[in-house]
Design a protein around this ligand. Sequence first.
Ligand code: NAD
Length: 250
Amino acid sequence: MTALAQAAVLMRRRPRVAVLTGAGISVESGIPDFRSAQGLWSRYDPAEYATLWAFRRDPHRVWRMLAEMIQVVDAARPNPAHQALARMERAGVVKGVVTQNIDGLHQAAGSREVLEFHGNCRSLSCLECGRRYTREEAAVLGVPPPCGCGALLKPDIVFFGETISERALEDSRELAAHCDIILVVGTSAEVAPANQMPWIARQHGATVVELNLEPTCLTDSVTDIFVPGPAATTLHELAEEVLGTVTSHE
Ligand code: NAD
């Protein structure tokens, strides 16, 4: 039996499934992950640009990266991996998705229970006075958009050096602690505290199913079933196996 078939059998038997996703799930939508040695991140090292320290020191410089990143994200559409998760949620199998992504593609695919661990690009805030703007309000202010107080706005993405909200931490722990199976999709699991979710799930008796192009630091430590391959293919096939054959991608 293949790893994918094994995972599907389990999911049919114990259908309380939590999901953790990372940049890999959106690669087939055209958004490069941090590992890809091409595209956006070959020109902008996230460790250098996506930090609170860098933004405070030189927001204009960081905004050059942000403007390009927002363009790439705006052009992206959900792929069959996002759609498979939304479909499994509608069928009552997937209870919630915790994503480290800031691209909004899970919601665009129709997922409702989405926890954006690292924030999103739909709103912006001023680090100086705390005022919050919607994307639409900020759009008319130019790039980079200034706040009324004169400082530059920052998208509500959690940069390295910023803290994850208590609420996001609690809700993701809760989801992980009460699932039968956790699907870990397209993440290198190098970024804490999101990478603790599989461990929390395992401690509470869940099976860890990892879907990735290649093994990660989780594979030989906490993963029970490793499903190799591109997520758009593996998740689509998994949904077919669990829910019954579909004739086309939604
Ligand atoms: P990462 O770049 O560190 O790792 C990506 C993982 O996805 C790798 O293990 C890679 O093997 C795997 N992968 C690549 N293509 C895949 C595919 N088609 N199918 C399955 N797996 C695939 O990403 P991370 O672990 O999410 O951590 C990086 C941080 O940067 C996170 O906060 C992340 O959300 C953020 N980020 C977000 C986006 C986005 O919003 N789309 C893009 C880049 C980075």
